[in-house]
Design a protein around this ligand. Structure first.
Ligand SMILES: [Zn+2]
Ligand SMILES: [Zn+2]
Length: 190
């Protein structure tokens, strides 16, 4: 998935090589995300030069299976990812001097070098090629759902017997395993 920087003309360069499902799946597994790829990744990205900077923007689309955080049931999640990032040459330091497009200059990196949202969208390139896969992979990982639920009302699993409370009932005294209820059980009603 390498792009030669010389191939990016003044009109820009379209990059639309899909990422194979097996490649995405192996990456998700290696990173212990608990997700499975259900499809390849559709890629529709454009690279344009702005001086020494290279602007990468576009969309990714794929479909994943993730586990519900409460009941662990499988959920199919469609991932449309839209992103834009700046690639700056490694040797040019942390910020470009000029921005011909006039965007976002001077606001994104403060003098303490703290990590801001904008600086997260800046990466470096080195040499005369760009490997697209790490860039696409990072965008996909950023888009993974933090707390997927099969349903906002998902009842989860019984903490005593592990049964799925969405479709089953059990005889467990679940209140007794929740220490937040301890005080209440000591109250004597008249
Ligand atoms: Zn659930
Ligand atoms: Zn139970």
């Amino acid at each position: 998935m390498n792009i030669r920087i010389d191939d990016i003309t003044s009109e820009g360069l379209c990059f639309d090589t899909p990422v194979q499902q097996s490649r995405l799946d192996a990456t998700l597994t290696d990173a212990n995300t608990g997700c499975r790829a259900l499809a390849s990744v559709g890629v529709d990205v454009r690279l344009t030069k702005a001086g020494e900077r290279i602007i990468v923007e576009g969309d990714l689309r794929t479909s994943l299976e993730v586990a519900c955080r409460r009941c662990l049931g499988p959920i199919e999640v469609g991932l449309p990812v839209s992103f834009r990032m700046d690639l700056v040459p490694m040797r040019a330091g942390s910020r470009p001097e000029q921005d011909s497009s006039g965007q976002e200059i001077g606001e994104e990196v403060d003098s303490e070098g703290s990590f801001t949202l904008d600086s997260a969208d800046r990466e470096y390139y080195d040499g005369d090629t760009i490997d697209m896969w790490p860039i696409l992979r990072e965008q996909l990982f950023l888009a993974l759902p933090d707390y997927p639920l099969c349903d906002q009302e998902c009842k989860g699993l019984c903490q005593s017997c592990g049964i799925d409370l969405n479709s089953n009932e059990c005889e467990c005294d679940r209140f007794s395993v929740d220490p937040r209820w301890d005080a209440l059980t000591k109250i004597k009603l008249p």
